[in-house]
Design a protein around this ligand. Structure first.
Ligand SMILES: [Zn+2]
Length: 88
């Protein structure tokens, strides 16, 4: 399973993902990361992206718990205009 690939493929609309952390505890896999979006994006729109990523991870990773920290674009670690939702 390629967690980065799953997140990257399903995070269209976001600008960047960074600080990915995964932890396995018993049978559960905990995944958390920061997702940078345009500061003007609505809560509703960013939530749609979060749901899409969460659903994709749940489909691939058994007993997964996902925590996504949404940040405005001044938290980005990569230069503006970078495409394809890279990991910093
Ligand atoms: Zn961050």
């Amino acid at each position: 399973m390629h967690i980065r690939d799953i997140i990257s493929t399903n995070s269209k609309g976001a600008l960047e993902v960074h600080d990915l952390k995964t932890r396995i505890a018993g049978r559960a896999t905990f995944i958390e990361f920061h997702m940078v979006v345009d500061a003007d994006m609505s809560v509703g729109e960013s939530h749609v992206i979060c749901d899409r990523i969460e659903d994709a991870l749940k489909a691939e990773v058994p007993s997964v718990r996902v925590t996504i920290h949404v940040e405005p674009d001044d938290e980005a670690k990569l230069p503006k205009g970078t495409v394809a939702v890279p990991f910093a």
